[in-house]
Ligand binder design. Structure first.
Ligand SMILES: NC(=O)c1ccc[n+]([C@@H]2O[C@H](COP(=O)([O-])OP(=O)(O)OC[C@H]3O[C@@H](n4cnc5c(N)ncnc54)[C@H](O)[C@@H]3O)[C@@H](O)[C@H]2O)c1
Ligand SMILES: [Mg+2]
Length: 334
C-alpha cells in the first residue's frame, strides 16, 4: 500500500514566485536563445573533474561557491582559456532571486591555478557531501550528476555518431533520437516487526555503520515488487506491508533516485537468513539502541563497538528517525 505522508510544500512558500521560477526553468530548457541570455546574467557553480568548488565556513562546514557568469568569463580570459568553454555549462535551477543557475566543469585548467583565481577548493563530493548545508547539497549533487552524464553521453549508442546538446543541457540529440539524463531508481525501506527495526551493513560501509535495506529496481518492477524481492534476497523475509515516506536524489556511486519506504514483517517470522554476498551483517535493533545511535555524530573509534547510522543528508537517516519517533509516540500512547 502506498500513501503520501507529508504535504508537498511548506505553507510559507509563495506560490506565485515558485510557479514563475519553475516555468522560467522549463522555458530555458526549451528555448536555446532564452537560455543563452539567462546564462549571461546567471550564477555559475564550478567543478574540476566533477569535484565541486567549495569554501570552508567558520563553523567547519562547507558551502558551494556561486560565481557570476561574467566573473567566470573574466577568470577564463585571464587564465588564457577558451571562453567557448562557457557553452559547456548546464542549467541546474533558478535561485530564490530569480537568477538562472548553471554548473560548469573546467577540468582542462590546472586545479591549483583555478582555485586561486576562484577563491575556493575543489573537493571530491564523497568527502564533502555530508559537510554541505542540507539546502545546497542537492543542487551540488544535481550539478555533478548532469555534468557526468554529459561527459559520458557524447556519442549515440544507435548510430555511433556524436550527439548534440541543447543550450540548457537537458537533452542530447542524434537526428531523431533524443537522450535525457539518466538515473537509476532504488527503493530503500526501514523494515519493522512492530517493536524492532532491521538494519544491515555492506562490507564497504564505514566501521560500525548500519543502514536501511536498499536495492535497485529491475526493469518492469513496481516499487512494492522491488522491495519484496530485495528483502527476500538479502535477509530471507517476506513483507506484510509497504508505505511510502519520501524520496531523494543520491549521487553515490552515480545518480540514483531513492524512494524511501517503511515496511513491516510479521512478528512471528523474523528469523534472518542473511545473503553474505550482499550484506556483511543484518540485525534487529531495539528502539533504545536506535535512539542512542541517532545521537552519535561520528564513527566509533577503531576497535570500539557501537552502532553508527547514516548521516542526516541520507534518506536512511530520515526513515530511521521517523520510525523511532513513531515508536516513541505509540509507547507514550499518543
Ligand atoms: N541515501 C541513503 O540513505 C542510502 C542508504 C543505503 C543505500 N543507498 C544507495 O542505494 C544504492 C542501492 O543499494 P544496494 O547497493 O544495496 O543495491 P542492491 O542491493 O540492488 O545491490 C547492488 C547491486 O545491484 C546491481 N545493480 C542492478 N542495477 C544496478 C544499477 N542501475 N546501478 C548499479 N548497480 C546495479 C549491481 O550488481 C550492484 O552490485 C547504493 O548505490 C547506495 O549508495 C543510499
Ligand atoms: Mg541492497
Amino acid at each position: 500500500m502506498l500513501r503520501p505522508v507529508r504535504t508537498l510544500a511548506p505553507l510559507s512558500r509563495c506560490c506565485s514566485s515558485f510557479v514563475s521560477r519553475m516555468r522560467f526553468v522549463d522555458r530555458l530548457k526549451r528555448d536555446d536563445g532564452a537560455c543563452a541570455a539567462a546564462l549571461q546574467s546567471g550564477q555559475m557553480f564550478l567543478f574540476h573533474r566533477l569535484a565541486p568548488l567549495l569554501q570552508r565556513t567558520e563553523r567547519g562546514t562547507l558551502r558551494p561557491v556561486a560565481r557570476r557568469t561574467s566573473d567566470v568569463q573574466s577568470i577564463l580570459q585571464r587564465l588564457g582559456s577558451d571562453p567557448a568553454l562557457l557553452e559547456q555549462s548546464v542549467l541546474i535551477g533558478c535561485s530564490q532571486q530569480n537568477q538562472a543557475q548553471f554548473c560548469l566543469d573546467i577540468g582542462e585548467v590546472d586545479q591549483v591555478v583555478l582555485e586561486e583565481a576562484c577563491g575556493g577548493t575543489f573537493i571530491d563530493l564523497k568527502k564533502s557531501f555530508f559537510l554541505l548545508p542540507a539546502a545546497e547539497a542537492p543542487l551540488v549533487a544535481k550539478g555533478q550528476a548532469l555534468l557526468r552524464w554529459h561527459q559520458t553521453s557524447g556519442f549515440c549508442s544507435a548510430t555511433g555518431r556524436p550527439t548534440q546538446r541543447n543550450r540548457a543541457g537537458s537533452q542530447r540529440v542524434c537526428s531523431d533520437i533524443i537522450y535525457y539524463p539518466k538515473m537509476s531508481p532504488v527503493v530503500i525501506a526501514l523494515v519493522s516487526d512492530g517493536k524492532r527495526c532491521l538494519l544491515g551493513r555492506q562490507a564497504s560501509f564505514p566501521r560500525g555503520m548500519y543502514s536501511a535495506l536498499a536495492g535497485f529496481c529491475d526493469m518492469g518492477e513496481t516499487l512494492e515488487e522491488t522491495l519484496s524481492r530485495e528483502v527476500a534476497e538479502e535477509v530471507g523475509l517476506e513483507l506484510l506491508s509497504v508505505s511510502y515516506s519520501s524520496s531523494q536524489h543520491w549521487p553515490f556511486p552515480h545518480s540514483s533516485f531513492m524512494i524511501g519506504c517503511h515496511a513491516t514483517v510479521s512478528p512471528a517470522h523474523t528469523q534472518l537468513s542473511v545473503d553474505q554476498s550482499e550484506l556483511e551483517d543484518a540485525r534487529w535493533f531495539s528502539l533504545e539502541e536506535v535512539v542512542t545511535a541517532l545521537q552519535v555524530k561520528a564513527p566509533p573509534p577503531r576497535g570500539a563497538a557501537g552502532l553508527w547510522l547514516p548521516p542526516k543528508h541520507a534518506i536512511a537517516n530520515r526513515l530511521i528517525s521517523e520510525w523511532a519517533e513513531r515508536q516513541r509516540r505509540s509507547l507514550d500512547g499518543d
